[in-house]
Design a protein. Structure first.
Lengths: 455, 514
């Protein structure tokens, strides 16, 4: 008998990487080593081992945690630990080596990264790094949701909501309630940055979206029959000029995404909805200084989802862009009282688990995860030639099931970390975190309040 | 008599590292295939340093190994390179890559090495930076005004030998409970049996006794071996109530109610199954090898009224103890503080987001709750305006690493500080983050592994902590002398903390300085 009540659960399991990241440390053993092998006793991580022939083996760098005990212990002072320059060269200033390593861990295990000692990073930074979450000291609902005893909802709704209901004189409801789609996590997967040759990644994304019960965006031109089984979890992305070309796809999907080009969108929107009246339409555009007004216009035209994005290179150059983007678009829609009439999805700059609740507390309903899942599959965020088709990491060689599981693990880990934040904040559902600026603390504000000039 | 007891300072005794090697900033590397054992390097070096340099013994007798490390720390590295340039066969090179791999932006290589040096010698390092880290904010961007003056660089006066009064009072409520004065403005933080070994707890307790201050049980029960030190051990009552009973509450002079922890505010505690050994399980009154969660929050405290009853309950159980309330730093930390004041707390411990932990989700460490540098003045100002500041003692914790951090915390409005990680670094912690799984700490500190915990000898470790605080005491004396203050209580502002052009009282914030 099927259980009446099913709790959303992401099935994570070990999915070891196809590509090994460089180790964080290099452990060097100089040739004054006299093979007394005290290091094999000193090291509890088995960096130093004895070979079968009884001689000391080469140190296993990637097991080293940097405790320095071997360095201190060696009677010949023959060992040294150094940072691995190859590790330090990973990624870029935004997708830092540490972030890439963390994503790799999450994709491999699906677990929440837990460690000892206090926070080791800089005091604060720009963009998402300038935000701290509030938490609730005494008066609060339970946090037991994190350990599953009570339920914390991470579901969000995609689609329009009514700002108010209308009734006729006899009290009958006049308003049609618009269709919404509930997804159990506030994350969708964006289309791969370069996808033309990567069928296996398209498939893995589609399968992961289906397993996670969320959506993956796919460029309509690259939609093929092997994706059809997952059509309920795919959002085809269409240019406004191509609507007629993809009539079948529009009919077969629950959501389509249209790249916003001009004000003719009004007309396009009608044409799309004629073809499939129950379809939700997501309107996508790159963020710029006019984005608040654009979001307003698109919402008023009847767009169900407003999806704005900042490309990762821009976030790398100025991490504040994405923070300001979400905050200004959200605030504008709040100010003119239409915030709930569309779902806001933000994309860009999502490089770690915390960036999901941070996007949401700034005002997004959900986020589109992009580069992070590619990193989970081996991308090194080199932006080489705008993610050229000949990416040396050969992501497309990843075995589909492994790739799927790594994406599922990453999102599973992020969902559990979202629960940590919601639990810490005393929130029972992620919907209530949206735009809760009062429960976020900003570096700029605190600096001004505490160390700035005051009257 | 009382006075003498109070200002009695424990003896500094050398407590050198037990390891044959040290981590030095610079390493001189010798390429054996080029060395002709001419000994020129050994002649050049001390000539330049200006001292008979036994440090360079190694140069005199090239022992044929590829690598010579200068064991004593007088090599000045890249700035000198005399030996390297003087070597006729180019057999020597200098590097600092091992030093660079140590630590992080909060605990820089310098802070780790200078803390180790202070633990060994009881004096500030004259080689490594011992005041500030490099986190680009908070304490690391705050200076005492005298630090910006050129005069301060006068090395001769660097450490005022006068014994100045650095004592603080832990109970200011006039509630019939003891005042409890501690001679230094710090006590040891909450670290449970299980998160650290019994030997470490014993060492901390011995050091607390020697300094006539306190250490805390943490949330892991009260090991019997700590009973001889009970005058200096704070009993922590936390949400899991592990090993907490009327007896352990009655035993203590201070009871701390842990509402939240800065490293994982709102998330309670978490001891992974690996570390719940039979010994740990016994003292915590739980089953071995099962992960332990201490929930959040206290499930009997959901309002200020509940909080009041909770504090009173502790006071009823132990009519002589002070009650400390440990909270973290939410947006409304000032409201929490005033609530605790009205609930009757003698001490309010505010634990900032950079605090230590045996295990916490990384997402919580970095992202939840504000840093302590903001919380101290926010709380202080609020209590000043409410007119109750002088009735409650504020202890700051969570990211306070050095004597200068402590002094800055006080100058920002705290009465004193609670120290955790610095004590562990003094015992050899390299912040490798691996406290929580497997056998635990490779340095034998945060572990319950019976073999690893033997790496820490309690007497030796106690001496290291005593020495560290002796060095800190010198630095506080020095700061007070530089500021012409009689005692450290005067360092704490009596009015609101208000910065203007980046300056407030004795402090300068470099990012706001105009």
């Amino acid at each position: 008998m099927k259980a009446i009540y099913e709790r959303y659960h992401i099935e994570v399991k070990d999915a070891p990487s196809r590509i090994k990241l460089p180790s964080k440390f290099l452990v060097k053993r100089y040739n004054n080593c006299s093979d007394v092998q005290e290091c094999t006793q000193a090291c509890i991580y088995e960096v130093h081992r004895t070979r079968e022939d009884g001689q000391i083996a080469e140190p296993v760098d990637h097991l080293c945690r940097g405790c320095y005990r071997c360095v201190l212990t060696c009677p010949k002072n023959a060992i040294s630990i150094e940072n691995n320059p190859e590790f330090e060269r990973l990624g870029n200033s935004y997708f830092t080596p540490d972030r890439i390593e963390t994503i790799n861990f999450e994709a491999e295990t699906g677990r929440v990264p837990v460690s000892g000692t206090g926070y080791k990073g800089p005091f604060a930074g720009k963009g998402f790094d300038s935000i701290w979450f509030d938490f609730s000291e005494i008066v609060r609902p339970t946090r037991d949701g994190i350990h599953g005893r009570e339920y914390i909802s991470t579901s969000v709704d995609l689609g329009r909501k009514l700002s108010h209901l209308e009734f006729d004189e006899s009290g009958r409801l006049l308003s049609d309630s618009p269709k919404t789609i509930e997804i159990p996590i506030p994350m969708i997967l964006d289309a791969p940055l370069n996808s033309t040759t990567r069928r296996s990644i398209q498939l893995a994304l589609a399968k992961a979206a289906a397993r996670l019960n969320t959506f993956s965006i796919v460029n309509a031109k690259e939609y093929s029959d092997d994706l059809a089984p997952y059509r309920l979890n795919l959002i085809p992305r269409i240019n406004s000029t191509e609507i007629e070309d993809f009539e079948d796809l529009i009919k077969a999907s629950r959501i389509v995404e249209v790249d916003f080009k001009d004000s003719e969108i009004d007309d396009h929107l009608e044409r799309i909805k004629e073809k499939n009246p129950s379809l939700l339409v997501s309107l996508r555009f790159p963020y710029d200084e006019n984005s608040s007004e654009r979001a307003e216009a698109l919402t008023r035209m009847g767009g169900d989802i407003v999806h704005f994005y900042v490309v990762d290179e821009s976030v790398e150059q100025d991490p504040d862009i994405i923070k300001n983007a979400i905050r200004s678009v959200h605030s504008h829609l709040v100010d003119i009282n239409i915030r709930d009439e569309a779902t806001l999805i933000s994309g860009g700059g999502i490089a770690e688990a915390a960036h999901v609740p941070k996007s949401i507390i700034l005002g997004a309903d959900a986020v589109a995860v992009g580069l992070a899942y590619q990193i989970a599959l081996g991308c090194k965020a080199c932006y080489g030639d705008k993610h050229a088709a000949d990416c040396p990491m050969e992501l497309e060689d990843t075995e589909i099931e492994l790739a799927t599981q790594r994406i599922v693990n990453l999102i599973g880990s992020w969902k559990d970390q979202l629960l940590e934040v919601l639990g810490g904040m005393g929130l029972r559902e992620v919907r209530r975190q949206r735009g809760e600026i009062g429960r976020a603390m900003f570096y700029e504000d605190l600096e001004a309040k505490v160390f700035g000039d005051r009257e | 008599m009382q006075e003498q007891l109070l200002f009695r300072t424990p003896e500094v005794e050398p407590a050198p590292s037990k390891y044959p090697n040290r981590i030095e900033e610079y390493e001189i590397i010798l390429d054996r295939s080029r060395c002709t054992e001419c000994g020129i390097c050994a002649e050049i070096c001390p000539e330049y340093i200006g001292s008979a340099s036994i440090e360079y013994e190694a140069f005199k007798k090239p022992d044929g190994y590829l690598r010579i490390v200068n064991h004593k720390s007088s090599c000045v590295g890249f700035g000198c390179q005399r030996c390297i340039k003087g070597c006729p066969t180019n057999a020597l090179s200098v590097k600092n890559s091992q030093y660079l791999a140590l630590g992080d932006s909060r605990w820089t290589p310098d802070l780790i090495l200078s803390t180790l040096e202070q633990a060994e010698t009881g004096r500030p390092s004259n080689r490594y930076e011992y005041r500030n880290g490099n986190s680009r904010g908070g304490f690391d961007r705050i200076r005492f005004s005298f630090e910006l003056d050129k005069e301060e660089r006068d090395g001769g006066k660097l450490f005022d030998e006068r014994q100045l009064d650095t004592s603080i009072v832990l109970n200011k409520r006039n509630d019939g409970r003891p005042e409890i004065r501690i001679p230094i403005p710090i006590y040891g933080g909450d670290m449970s049996f299980g998160s650290v070994s019994l030997n470490v707890m014993l060492a901390r307790a011995q050091a607390a006794e020697a300094w006539n201050t306190f250490t805390s049980t943490g949330e892991g029960g009260y090991p019997d071996k700590l009973i001889p030190f009970k005058e200096h051990v704070i009993t922590q009552v936390a949400t899991g109530h592990f090993g907490v009973n009327a007896e352990t509450i009655k035993r203590a002079r201070i009871v701390v109610l842990k509402y939240a922890q800065g490293a994982k505010p709102g998330l309670g505690g978490h001891l992974l199954a690996d570390k719940v050994t039979p010994d740990v399980a016994k003292i915590r009154e739980v089953i071995p090898n099962v992960s332990l969660f201490s929930p959040f929050p206290f499930h009997n405290v959901y309002s200020v009224e509940d909080h009041y009853r909770h504090v009173q309950l502790m006071k009823d159980i132990n009519p002589k103890a002070l009650v400390s309330v440990k909270v973290s730093t939410p947006t409304d930390v000032d409201m929490v503080a005033i609530g605790s004041y009205y609930a009757g707390a003698n001490i309010l411990q505010i634990d900032g987001g950079c605090g230590g932990t045996g295990a916490a989700p990384d997402i919580a460490k970095k992202n939840i709750a504000m840093p302590i540098e903001y919380a101290i003045p926010i709380v202080h100002n609020y209590l000043v305006n409410e007119g109750v500041r002088d009735e409650i003692t504020i202890m700051a914790s969570g990211g306070i690493r050095t004597a200068f951090d402590v002094a800055k915390a006080i100058a920002l409005g705290a009465d004193g500080a609670v120290i955790g990680t610095a004590e562990l670094v003094a015992l050899g912690c390299k912040r490798c983050e691996n406290c929580e799984r497997g056998r635990g700490c490779p340095s034998g500190i945060a572990t319950t592994d019976p073999a690893l915990m033997l790496l820490i000898n309690p007497e030796w470790a106690a001496q290291r902590i005593i020495n560290l605080y002796s060095s800190w005491k010198r630095q506080w004396n020095y700061i007070l002398a530089q500021l012409d203050l009689e005692n450290i209580r005067e360092l704490r502002p009596s009015n609101e903390v208000k910065f203007k052009n980046g300056r407030f009282s004795h402090l300068v914030h470099l990012d706001h300085l105009r």
